[in-house]
Write a protein that binds this ligand. Structure first.
Ligand code: F6P
Length: 359
């Protein structure tokens, strides 16, 4: 047996731990060969983008962030940018990728990625490629798994940032608005906001009323707390407004979010007599090594992915259900985005302890 593994989409803490879990299980338990495909699916299009993996070659990667196999947002073989007569046109090169998979002598492919990467993996599965998915994203927005790896580390990073911002906000009696990642869902903002003691948390799932936010800040001043921390998820929208975007990503054409933090800061400054500063935490949330929770989850996902190959159960994605690692079909995996329930228990908890959710 020879299996391939690739990491697609944006990077995330824990990718290397998955690679390690796969390679160690495949080599040590089953004596299979492993091939790393570099730069996501691009490695199945371009020449010379593969490398043999074995326990020796992956030594020391468990605590390291990013991915030793590199990742790419522009490598969708079904929509691959190619230059033709001086112009860039999108071509379907999936047939070439299928050929390459066969030429490399692979019996199965493990694809580690988010919803976009899983969608591509599912298309290849339907063309006959034996594929297994492993869910990755700091956004935690995949419905079919209780958690994706990388989310816990991102929340931890954002929590530390909020701890630090607290001391400077309090010293200067300022409001600090902190914009966090998460795309169209507010998991990172809600979890780190609660664990970092935020005063307001604005998430895409609850359209916010800026007047409610300002009233909350004024109320805190009246009670003697002259500083506030306002956490804003990058996808948050004001009542009657829309998402704040930076335009489309050059390579993938995907919408890039960002800028709502600065807007919220301006609105607050216009309505409350207070100094306001903005911090955009950005890719710090994605960088660095995984925490212990994500190392364990990634390792378990890697192991289970190999077990699914052993059982011949292709077209599936490993997932976490409660404490157990299970699997779902790739069709189910990409069917629905996991959003926060505005009336669910976490939001209720936040509001019960006095956090303003902008409503
Ligand atoms: O999906 C992960 C994520 O970090 C989002 O939270 C964020 O909106 C996006 O990726 C940023 O993407 P890029 O690195 O392409 O700017």
């Amino acid at each position: 047996m020879k299996i391939g593994i690739l990491t697609g989409g944006g990077d995330c803490p824990g990718l290397n731990a998955v690679i390690r879990g796969v390679v160690k299980t495949a080599c040590k338990k089953y004596n299979w060969d492993c091939l790393g495909i570099e730069s996501g699916f691009e490695g199945l299009i371009l020449e010379g983008h593969t490398r043999e993996l074995n326990p020796y070659r992956i030594r020391g990667i468990l605590p390291i962030g990013g991915t030793i196999l590199w990742s790419s947002n522009k490598g969708d073989p079904f929509n691959y940018p190619q230059e033709e007569n001086g112009k860039v046109v999108k071509k379907d090169l999936s047939g070439r990728a299928m050929e390459k998979f066969k030429d490399l002598g692979l019996n199965a492919l493990i694809v580690v990625g988010g919803d976009g990467t899983m969608t591509i993996a599912n298309k290849f599965y339907k063309m006959g490629m034996p594929v297994i998915g492993v869910p990755k994203t700091i956004d935690n927005d995949l419905m079919s798994t209780d958690l994706t790896f990388g989310f816990s580390t991102a929340v931890e990073t954002a929590t530390y940032a909020l701890d630090k911002l607290h001391t400077t906000a309090a010293s200067h009696k300022r409001v600090i608005v902190v914009e966090l990642m998460g795309r169209y869902v507010g998991w990172i903002a809600l979890h780190s906001g609660i664990s970092g003691g935020a005063d307001c948390i604005l998430i895409p799932e609850i359209l916010f009323d800026i007047d409610k936010v300002c009233e909350h800040i004024k109320g805190r001043v009246k009670q003697g707390s002259s500083f506030s921390i306002v956490v804003v998820s990058e996808g948050a929208k004001p009542l009657g407004g829309s998402v704040t975007a930076l335009g489309l990503d050059k390579s993938s054409g995907v919408e890039r979010l960002g800028g709502i933090g600065e807007k919220v800061a301006k609105w607050i400054e216009g309505k409350v007599d207070v100094d306001v500063r903005t911090t955009v935490l950005g890719h710090i949330q994605r960088g660095g090594g995984p925490n212990s929770f994500d190392r364990i989850l990634s390792t378990r996902f890697g192991y289970e992915a190999v077990e699914l190959i052993k059982e011949g159960r292709f077209g599936r994605m490993v997932c976490l259900k409660g404490q157990d690692i299970e699997s779902v079909t790739l069709d189910d995996a990409i069917a629905k985005q996991k959003a926060i329930d505005p009336d669910g228990s976490i939001v209720k908890t936040a509001e019960a302890i006095g956090i303003c959710m902008g409503r």
